[in-house]
Write a protein that binds this ligand. Structure first.
Ligand SMILES: [Zn+2]
Length: 386
């Protein structure tokens, strides 16, 4: 059996539901320590939501060597109804060339591939000119307040310099390597409360209906072209997720309306530009309102350069595929790492079944992923010694 497949199965047997790690990181640290890694566990979060993070680094002899970080998460999302799984979610099972288990594609296969790629690389290159690091968290699928962001802040405080990062999120579509993410859109959420005046529905002149007041503004907001995107990002979108108003009674004009909305935004817009433009519409409609904002993540972009080249070439050599660069999908921990690392890309196995019942990875996608990671190590090391 392949080393990567074996380690993937070992990780899959651990029911590491967010924010539990259940020994996944210890298992990985045990493999890395004999290779010269210094492994540091950083526990964070309140007593009822303990997050385990691992920062492991193997420093090259060269004083100013560049650092490549492999980043990912050991936590998984809940299984959903157990009776809908064809095999137990934490008992890795093979059927039809597929390996089933919660976390098979998101993202324990990538974690195993990181480890075995590093082992194989160091066997053939025992003294690389590259620092190799691993940043793992057990809080990526949860609120992500005590995970990668905490490690990034600690590294920043120490002046630890990162140069390249590969996040192992499942980015591929049909086959490992057919798509990578070289950025992600930003996410900005808002809660809008529009005030009216509650009253009897038969006496509207004595009330102010906030639904009627806000409707024209909403109609305008849904038609706005916030930006046109650019070569790497689709245009920014604005969507309403919840609209609440009314007392439940049929004869009462409500006193207020509450609207939840979200921007997914490109690098052509900023948090403040979007906030200002939205407020300008509300003001033009002379609404009485308040707004609460939450920045879910800033957008990031890694333009073609050393890391993208190293990854594209590794994929081409291993699979024959010309990979596609994409910035679609939700936010990822890449948003935190990009704050302290100039080049971040995401590369992992196909993502068709992530978070679903009967999540799986094709066994045929596992070894190529390990080989691609290993080739990236080789490519970047060759760059460093050139
Ligand atoms: Zn994930």
């Amino acid at each position: 059996m392949s080393e990567t497949l074996y380690l993937t199965e070992q990780l899959l047997t651990r029911a590491s539901l967010t924010p539990a790690d259940l020994g996944c990181q210890d298992l990985i640290a045990e493999r890395l320590t004999p290779l010269g890694f210094t492994c540091e566990t950083m526990v964070s979060g309140p007593a009822d939501f303990r997050v385990t993070n691992l920062w492991a680094i193997r420093r090259a002899a060269l004083a100013d060597a560049k650092t490549l970080v492999f980043a990912g998460h050991t936590d998984v999302v809940p299984t959903g109804p157990l009776n809908e799984w064809h095999s137990a979610p934490f008992a890795p099972t093979h059927r039809d060339g597929k390996l089933f288990g919660r976390g098979a594609s998101d993202m324990k296969t990538s974690l195993a591939a990181f480890v075995v790629a590093i082992e194989d690389f160091l066997r053939s290159t025992p003294e690389p000119q590259l620092n190799i690091a691993l940043l793992l968290t057990s809080d990526e699928e949860g609120p992500a307040n005590d995970g990668t962001v905490v490690v990034c802040k600690a590294l920043q405080a120490r002046g630890e310099k990162l140069d390249y990062c590969i996040v192992g999120e499942p980015t591929s579509v049909e086959r490992t390597g057919d798509m990578i993410k070289n950025g992600r859109r930003g996410s900005l959420s808002g809660k809008l409360t529009v005030r009216g005046l509650q009253g009897h529905i038969a006496y509207p002149h004595m009330a102010k209906n906030p639904i009627h007041l806000v409707a024209p503004a909403m109609a305008e907001l849904v038609t706005i072209q916030w930006d046109e995107g650019n070569a790497f990002f689709p245009p920014t979108t604005w969507q309403i997720s919840n609209f609440h108003a009314g007392t439940g009674a049929g004869n009462v004009i409500p006193g207020s309306a509450v609207i939840d909305f979200n921007f997914r935004f490109s690098t052509e817009s900023t948090v403040s530009s979007l906030q200002q433009r939205l407020k300008a519409v509300l003001d033009a409609h002379q609404l009485e309102y308040s707004l609460d904002w939450v920045v879910g993540g800033l957008p990031f972009l890694t333009t073609p350069g050393t890391l993208v080249d190293a990854v594209c070439q590794a994929i081409l050599r291993e699979t024959g595929l010309q990979t596609q660069l994409s910035t679609t999908g939700g936010t990822s921990d890449g948003r935190f790492i990009a704050q302290i690392c100039p080049q971040v890309i995401e590369l992992g196995p196909p993502n068709a079944t992530i978070h679903q019942i009967n999540e799986y990875v094709n066994v045929a996608d596992i070894e190529p992923l390990k080989n691609i990671y290993q080739r990236v190590l080789e490519n970047l090391n060759r760059q460093a010694t050139a």
